[in-house]
Write a protein that binds this ligand. Structure first.
Ligand SMILES: Cc1ncc(COP(=O)(O)O)c(C=O)c1O
Length: 321
């Protein structure tokens, strides 16, 4: 690899770790997305969405981008905007992690925090209502709209999925977390075409409405929604596993004591794999994607005061395998 000359070239699609500590009978292969410049998988979606807007002539240097984000996409768009000369307004809510907020501010982003809950008890609808109102009145704003943007899916169809497909001979189970479902939709469509025998297991948080059900309280950003993302209709999965945030925290804490500081969604996905373990044949090839590391969650998931406040006492499930 040539030495990069632009921060946006620091996107790594080929870093994995194989753990034998998650399941007793299987190695779990984890694709690590946290090494890229923005610290998360969202740099790939952000780049694809902005590139496409530029290619179609819809935006140019100096324009203002606006997007609803609970953190990682906002940070990725902040970096892209700083590199390419856009103004960026991130519309978010009180669940925004303080590190994500500080990062975005450091890159020059304007942050708008919506505090009014929507009819589902979350903030997503309120955030989107705010953006729709602004873009309808002021044509100088361009809305990225990750929940409906096909390029959010395409980013993973054309990079994340082929990179996983190339790495393993045969994958029996591929676990993918669902937020906007950009990753799930892109990866699942690619695998259903190229490797139809691979079982795709979607992992969602308890309290998310993405695949139906009632909205419930969720505090960890990344996975789950309070409004069905339109691009979720593109996802093709064999099963869904739901994980309670208590289990997410539990797993994150157990793994940090083994030297791996994962973000919340990775904890949720790995906990989902543990929940699903009785369905997994011994020695089957299990693969998953870790969207980010845990550095941004030091004040929440990895802070006992916070976890004790919101989740009572964290119970221990017992040792990992
Ligand atoms: C940490 C983290 N995990 C998972 C996801 C979900 O990815 P997707 O939006 O592609 O479903 C996100 C999305 O923002 C995220 O930030």
């Amino acid at each position: 690899m040539e030495i990069p000359r632009n921060p946006l070239e620091l996107v790594f699609d080929d870093i994995y770790i194989s753990l034998d500590t998650i399941l007793e009978n299987n190695i779990v292969n984890i694709k690590l997305e946290g090494f890229s410049i923005s610290g998360s998988i969202k740099i790939k979606s952000a780049l694809r969405m902005v590139d496409r807007l530029e290619m179609s002539g819809k935006i140019k240097k100096g324009d203002t981008l606006i997007e609803s984000s609970s953190g990682n996409l906002g940070v990725a768009l902040s970096i892209i905007s700083a590199v390419r000369g856009y103004k960026f307004v991130c519309v978010t809510d009180p669940n925004l992690l303080s590190t994500s907020e500080n990062l975005m501010k450091a890159y020059g982003t304007e942050i708008v925090k919506i505090t009014e809950k929507d009819e589902n008890g979350g903030y997503l609808n309120s955030r989107i209502k705010y953006i729709k109102n602004i873009v309808s009145k002021d044509k100088s704003f361009t809305w990225i709209n990750q929940y409906e943007n096909i390029d959010n899916v395409d980013a993973h169809y054309s990079s994340t999925a082929p990179s996983i497909f190339k790495k393993f001979q045969k994958i029996d189970y591929l676990f993918v977390g669902a937020g906007t479902t950009g990753t799930l939709s892109g990866v699942s469509r690619y695998f259903k075409l190229k490797s139809p025998d691979t079982k795709i297991i979607a992992v969602d948080s308890v309290g998310s409405v993405t695949f139906g059900g009632k909205s419930g309280k969720r505090l960890i950003p990344g996975l789950g929604t309070s409004k069905v993302p339109p691009i979720s209709k593109l996802s093709i999965y064999d099963e869904i596993v739901y994980v309670a945030e208590q289990d997410t925290i539990n797993l994150c804490k157990q793994l940090s004591l083994k030297g791996l500081l994962f973000g919340g969604s990775t904890g949720t996905i790995l906990s989902g794999i543990c929940k699903y373990k009785n369905e997994i044949k011994a020695d089957a090839c299990v693969v998953t994607i870790s969207p980010d590391f845990g550095n941004n969650y030091l004040d929440t998931i990895y802070n006992d005061e916070w976890t004790n406040k919101y989740f009572n006492k964290i119970y221990l499930q017992g040792e990992l395998a």
